[in-house]
Design a protein around this ligand. Structure first.
Ligand code: AHR
Length: 500
């Protein structure tokens, strides 16, 4: 039987915040060095930024870019990363057993964002692992204060007369994780996050602050962590963070394909926890969600890679090469974020280049798009506007982790000009899925495009040797007649259906 749903402009979820299409640049592996930054590369500009990578970043359509970590930030000394490059110290990076040269730092990050274009926005994390309130304030003063103080004048002396205007700040990273340098209990973190937030707002009441939530829904402390942290910080922060990574465990592909079931329940559980604390505090304020790390990540392979490192510079770690199947799951994660656009107001794809990334590079060589590049760029391009409420009636399949899961996962976004884009994933590995969408009150007459990412070989990938093996293809036969959209979704496919 077909999968079905109805679209009606009277039933909406909420407006998509452009920050939903954020990404993440961490000092990790080759994300920065030989990723975005490679002086001497044939395409590098005067500041060492790779133009081939910048072109792809623009095409990808990223908005907020979180920096500099990740686990890295919990040992970060911001002052090492500014000033004359020749004076910057080399440091041990405990998070990734690497050596940090600091050749790329705060000023280079801001220059990178400017070159992406006006849609790019900084999202800076402060170190609440080995450091605290004082250093966060110093960084904020250096970055944002116009002039006339020691640190703002130092920034000007370093060549950046204009303040960086960083509005969005993360109060540490994954402080619930025992692996984090300076890991804290929820009570300890809640206190330091509140103190830091209060002080940062004394410098600038308009900063937007993200408190650390759980590093995954599977953490033993999940939900209790959020409740405790928010009890301390509710009036002082704007967002709480969520992180989630998915991979098939023990060959359980069917559950992997339904990863968004976990992601959606994670979002809903965090919303419930935020609102519970709000209710307890009798507050009218609403805390929003910053899903500032999400992706498919073959994490189980990473520990072995990192534990043997002997403090190299920019090692090749976490360089997952994504298949078509990975891209379909990835697309489904994007759908999960869009379906909760009313509360998820920031999201960052972790990460941007080389490290579990949509863009890969070779030192001295080319840059290319992974399979996951396509769902992200299409969602960022066409997923702007108002998310319509999609209640799917779909055939299901069995999964070991999530029980019965829908074969169809879908959302739809209505743009300002009234056009609508349906994003849909067929989770079936073997069968095409017929789709019928009833369109009510939308005044749509035409299918502009049906594009699908699918392949006879779901393991197909783009590689250095064959960088254009996988790309979305047009689908014929999708129709809109008498108020009904009819389509067939190929097995294991990510679909973008544009209507006007
Ligand atoms: O994105 C890779 C790592 O995953 C980040 O450094 C950390 O925050 C998370 O555990």
């Amino acid at each position: 039987r077909p999968a079905r749903f109805t679209l009606d402009p009277a039933f909406t979820v909420g407006a998509v915040n452009p920050r939903l299409f954020g990404s993440f640049v961490e000092h990790l592996g080759r994300c920065v060095y030989t990723g975005v930054f490679e002086p001497g590369h044939p395409t590098a500009d005067a500041e060492g930024l790779r133009q081939d990578v910048l072109d792809l970043v623009r095409e990808l359509g990223v908005t907020a870019v979180r920096y500099p970590g990740g686990n890295f930030v919990s040992g970060y000394k911001w002052e090492d990363s500014v000033g004359p490059v020749e004076d910057r110290p080399r440091r041990l990076d405990l998070a990734w057993r690497s050596t940090e040269t600091n050749r790329f730092g705060l000023s280079e990050y801001i220059a990178f964002l400017k070159k992406i274009g006006p849609q790019a926005e900084p999202m800076m994390a402060v170190n609440l692992g080995t450091r605290g309130v004082a250093e966060a304030l110093e960084l904020q003063e250096y970055a944002n204060h116009p002039s006339g103080t020691a640190l703002s004048d130092l920034r000007a002396e370093h060549g950046d007369k204009d303040p960086f205007g960083i509005r969005l700040w993360c109060l540490g990273n994954e402080m619930d994780g025992p692996w984090q340098t300076g890991h804290k209990t929820a009570e300890e973190y809640g206190r330091v996050a509140a103190e830091t937030a209060r002080a940062m707002r004394q410098i600038d009441p308009d900063v937007e602050l993200v408190a650390c939530g759980s590093s995954s829904q599977a953490m033993d402390t999940f939900a209790a962590w959020e409740a405790t942290v928010l009890q301390e910080t509710y009036d002082l922060v704007d967002h709480i963070s969520l992180h989630a990574y998915y991979e098939p465990h023990d060959g359980d592909v069917d559950s992997f394909l339904a990863s968004a079931v976990d992601m959606e329940s994670f979002i809903e559980n965090v919303v419930a926890t935020c609102d519970h604390v709000g209710a307890r505090l009798k507050s009218k304020k609403r805390i929003n969600l910053s899903f500032d790390e999400w992706n498919v990540w073959y994490m189980s392979r990473t520990e072995a890679q990192v534990s043997v490192l002997d403090w190299p510079e920019a090692p090749r770690i976490l360089e997952d090469n994504y298949s078509v199947m990975d891209a379909v799951v990835f697309g489904s994660l994007l759908i999960a974020l869009l379906r909760h656009a009313d509360r998820v107001t920031v999201a960052c794809l972790a990460q941007l280049v080389n490290v579990i990334a949509p863009i890969m590079t070779e030192p001295g060589g080319p840059a290319w798009r992974q399979t996951t590049f396509f769902p992200f760029s299409q969602a960022s391009k066409y997923g702007r506007g108002e998310v319509l409420d999609v209640r799917v009636d779909s055939p299901t399949y069995d999964t070991a982790k999530y029980g019965e899961a829908d074969l169809l996962h879908a959302t739809a976004v209505r743009a300002e000009d009234g056009s609508v884009t349906v994003f849909a994933v067929n989770r079936s590995r073997t069968e095409a899925l017929p789709l019928e969408v009833a369109l009510s009150g939308l005044h749509l007459t035409e299918v502009v495009e049906h594009s699908a990412l699918a392949d006879a070989d779901p393991d197909a990938r783009n590689t250095l040797a064959d960088p254009e093996r996988v790309a979305p293809h047009p689908v014929d036969g999708t129709t809109l007649a008498e108020g009904t959209l009819t389509a067939a979704l190929e097995p294991l496919s990510w679909n973008v259906i544009r209507l006007r």
